[in-house]
Design a protein around this ligand. Structure first.
Ligand SMILES: *Cc1c(COP(=O)(O)O)cnc(C)c1O
Length: 482
């Protein structure tokens, strides 16, 4: 297939993708205007190709990958919702896109106002006192939040050593804890898949800085003892961190600050409109209680009358966690999204996300084991244990789904469910799409009995067949040698 060759192989000497008429400056304008020392001695080694060939090359490549504009993407824990394209238009408005991050405050009043307002909306949604938008990923928000907690503890003269994390936690949680200089103490979830305040009480002591809890947790279950857990942790002088990656289930329903949390990170790119999935860019701002506000990263955006400015004069701040102001385009998308939805719209987002997840869970639970058989929030976790006994693992089922035109769910996470398949449909999918996905999952289950090899050798219909994933990540080689 011609689109399978590299763009360099399509290159023909002298072919160009543009045509410009001569300017009044004359043919030698470049030579005259740009000093010789700044000019290339040889032309850059770029492919020489016509515009339509160039467009087709990249359009064809773009359709080889799965993406949300092409099909359903039920990747649990990631909230791969469809993002309104109008937010892209907002993010590329020249007044935003062409701002230089070093421009003085008076030149970027609009951008500062947007950041100030967005932080205010996020604190309204979650009930906290203040937010920063500087961290550029959820994991980065975790680290920032833990450093804020640590700074507050140091200020109180009470440095502590440990942070409690449930066994259902996302892998970034323990990693952030260790980078922030703490030890991880694990607490087991109960058979119900959630935490018991009595189990937290056993491990919570005066050496422990606090606890990190995702809510709803990675099984898609609401941590219903959160208020009691907050009491246990606060009574020993600890703080509660909420991993807010699953905030899509709570929008307009409940405010984490009122549950007793002290810090929360947002994944703007999951909950508040930014296409993601290729690894970035993200935005992982955090919100905190009034007590923790002095420790937030600098600078903060402040409002003074009708003017906005960046405030660096914050003696207790943990300092900067990123160059400039964070991933600003994500903030524009998030702001546009929240404005577009309004409070009522956000409430509907979470209601429909939860409804869709429960609908799909009920279509699948006859054929696939559902270890925690209860109403779920925005996602649910199945086990392919029964299928494994018949010869196909969760990874085989995930690969076979690609042949049906769907992205696979998250598999083998959370770790507490064997052969886990974590499915998050999101609010933006129709009943018909959910029905088709369930039909495919149930058809695959049948294929395991009728034609096992079809499943274990999948995928068959994708541009490349089954890859050696270990080799791909251990000996990554992306250099083209022509
Ligand atoms: C996605 C996710 C994170 C990490 O967020 P990134 O933006 O990918 O760094 C943390 N916790 C949970 C539960 C998540 O789903």
């Amino acid at each position: 297939m011609s689109e399978d060759i590299l763009i360099y192989e399509k290159s023909r000497p002298g072919r160009t993708g543009f045509s410009l008429t001569a300017t009044s400056a004359g043919d030698d304008a470049v030579d005259r205007l740009i000093p010789a020392s700044f000019r290339r001695r040889e032309p850059a080694a770029l492919p020489e190709i016509s515009e339509p060939e160039l467009v087709r090359h990249y359009v064809n490549l773009s359709t080889k990958n799965h993406h949300i504009d092409k099909g359903f993407y039920p990747l649990g824990s990631c909230t791969m919702k469809y993002n309104p394209k109008v937010n892209e238009v907002a993010a590329t408005l020249p007044g935003f896109a062409q701002l230089h991050p070093l421009q003085p405050d008076e030149d970027c009043q609009g951008a500062l106002e947007l950041m100030y307002r967005l932080a205010g909306m996020l604190t309204d949604i979650t009930g906290f006192a203040r937010a920063t938008l500087q961290p550029v990923a959820g994991a980065h928000g975790e680290l920032t939040g833990l450093l804020v907690m640590r700074a507050a503890m140091i200020k109180r003269g009470n440095v502590r050593k440990k942070i409690i994390i449930p066994d259902s936690a996302h892998g970034t949680n323990p990693a952030s804890v260790v980078i922030a200089g703490y030890e991880v103490v694990q607490v087991k979830s109960t058979d119900r898949g959630t935490l018991a305040a009595s189990d937290v009480a056993v491990v919570m002591d005066e050496e422990t800085a606090g606890i990190m809890i995702t809510n709803p947790n990675t099984l898609g279950l609401f941590e219903s003892e959160i208020v009691q857990i907050a009491k246990v942790v606060h009574a020993k002088g600890g703080l509660l961190y909420m991993d807010g990656a699953n905030l899509n289930a709570l929008l307009g329903q409940a405010k984490p600050a009122e549950m007793g949390y002290d810090v929360l990170h947002f994944n703007l790119h999951k909950t508040f409109s930014t296409p993601h999935g290729g690894g970035g860019p993200g935005a992982g701002g955090i919100a905190v209680t009034a007590d923790l506000t002095p420790f937030l990263p600098s600078p903060t955006v402040e409002k003074d009358g009708d003017r906005y400015n960046l405030n660096y004069d914050r003696p207790d701040s943990i300092g900067r966690v990123h160059n400039f102001h964070g991933n600003f385009a994500n903030m524009v998308r998030g702001y546009a999204y929240i404005r577009q939805m309004g409070a009522g719209g956000l409430k509907e987002v979470s209601e429909n996300a939860v409804l869709n997840a429960n609908y799909l869970m009920n279509l699948l639970k006859d054929r696939y084991e559902l270890p925690h058989d209860t109403t779920c929030q925005h996602e649910f976790v199945l086990s392919a244990a029964r299928q494994k006994k018949r010869g196909a693992r969760a990874s085989d089922i995930a690969k076979r789904l690609l042949d049906y035109g769907f992205h696979a769910p998250t598999i083998y996470f959370p770790l507490i469910v064997s052969e886990a398949m974590m499915i998050e449909p999101t609010e933006t999918e129709s009943k018909e799409t959910l029905d088709h996905f369930a039909e495919a999952m149930n058809a695959i289950d049948k294929e395991i009995d009728d034609n096992l090899e079809l499943v274990t050798s999948a995928p068959r219909n994708t541009p490349v067949r089954r890859l050696d994933e270990v080799r791909a990540s251990k000996t990554l080689d992306i250099k083209y040698v022509g």
